[in-house]
Design a protein around this ligand. Structure first.
Ligand SMILES: [Zn+2]
Length: 382
């Protein structure tokens, strides 16, 4: 590597640091600082008298669809839209009101969810449980659910955070992906964000989540099967070939960087939908190099801003942003990192509901065209 390339690489390296802590009930917690400092930081202890964290629920196999369904009845009691004064994701600034984050300040923090859908603590089936009449036996909903808080500012929006902060968030996503992928009982790690009350967000503080699943989830399972057929016929990687085809055709490409391209998928199902994929074959966020992570931070915020400007007169468009990553074990070579960013808002004040055809049959009908979505996403570029 020559001196110029080395200097460029160093300029793109994340300048921050990670500090690991343990919460009062034993849950792990990680502070991610935008910039590293000398000496210990984030040493404030979690002094709350917390009960033991909940144990995993169960997964039951749906013999009609061949999919696992997670039964997480204990989540019924979780915190639902607390007032800003009771937000559990704020830093602890008043000892009389300790939150989930003991320190009085932070940049980004990730910790195990207090009300997880999948948990590392498991118990066997209840003594009075009846086994399924046929099909696989129930499984514990083993796994990990992290909350990743993007800012200590309760009212911040991800699209408007400083660039250095977005870079730290990418680092947190990669860190949690690598950590959970190392657990041999985990089959896939999903990094996602729900934004907007319209789509069921229970805490408005800017945050995302990481789910580490014990079995490959249905959408990924379908993708793996499609990729397997594609490989048998063409010898290629499906997701890489889709990206190459979109770049060659160009009509649905909305943004191209040095390392990433964003495009509206040819069969988009949501009224606003865009995918973002790395140019290099990469299985997950943890495998991105420094230059890719740096560009990703920039490109991701630009996409969020465009989605936000999609409908004239709407201030904040609700969205779901999900990172599809390769399975961690079997079939890993068939997967490839890509982002699916979409909104249910089809017009100001009008949500696309998953009604009869979509909910009952899984048969999607999009009321606009992917090409029109791409035109609009290019029009509202920064
Ligand atoms: Zn808050």
């Amino acid at each position: 590597m020559d001196a110029v390339a080395r200097a460029a690489g160093e300029a793109q390296r994340w300048p921050g640091q990670v500090t690991e802590q343990t919460m009062a009930d034993g849950r792990p917690m990680f502070y991610f600082d935008d910039v590293a400092t000398d000496g210990p930081v984030h040493q404030a202890p979690d002094t709350r008298p917390l009960p033991e964290p909940p144990h995993a629920g169960e997964q039951r196999f749906d013999v009609l669809t061949g999919e696992w369904v997670t039964i997480a009845g204990h989540r019924m009691n979780r915190t639902f839209l607390p007032s800003a004064a009771d937000c559990p994701l704020d830093p602890t600034t008043d000892p009389a009101r300790p939150t989930e984050v003991p320190d009085s300040g932070y940049d980004v923090v990730a910790f195990a969810n207090r009300f997880p859908s999948f948990a590392p603590l498991t118990v066997g089936p209840a003594a009075d449980a009846t086994p399924p009449p046929f099909g696989p036996a129930d499984l514990p909903a083993y796994g990990h659910c992290d909350v990743v808080v993007f800012s200590s500012d309760h009212d911040a929006a991800v699209a408007d955070l400083p660039a250095a902060r977005m870079r730290t968030i990418v680092e947190a996503w990669a860190h949690r992906t690598a950590a959970h992928s190392a657990d041999p009982r985990i089959a896939e790690v999903f990094v996602f964000e729900n934004s907007g009350q319209e789509i069921g967000v229970t805490l408005s503080h800017p945050h995302g989540q990481v789910y580490a699943y014990p079995v490959v989830p249905p959408r990924s399972q379908q993708l793996v099967e499609q990729a397997r057929r594609h490989r048998a016929v063409t010898g290629g990687n499906l997701l890489a070939d889709v990206l190459a085809a979109e770049r060659a055709e160009g009509t649905r490409v909305v943004l191209q960087g040095e390392h990433f391209t964003a495009y509206v998928p040819r069969a988009a199902r949501w009224p606003v939908e865009v995918h973002l994929a790395p140019h290099r074959d990469v299985p997950d966020l943890a495998a991105l190099d420094d230059a890719e992570r740096a560009e990703l931070a920039t490109v991701y915020q630009e996409l969020l801003r465009r989605v936000n400007r999609f409908h004239p007169g709407v201030d904040r468009v609700p969205y779901i942003s999900g990172w599809h990553q390769a399975p961690t074990g079997e079939d890993r070579e068939l997967g490839r990192l890509h982002l699916q960013l979409f909104s249910l808002l089809r017009a100001p004040g009008k949500l696309k509901y998953l009604a009869g055809s979509e909910s009952g049959m899984g048969a999607w009908i999009n009321d606009t065209t992917p090409e029109r979505i791409a035109d609009r996403l290019r029009e509202v570029a920064s």
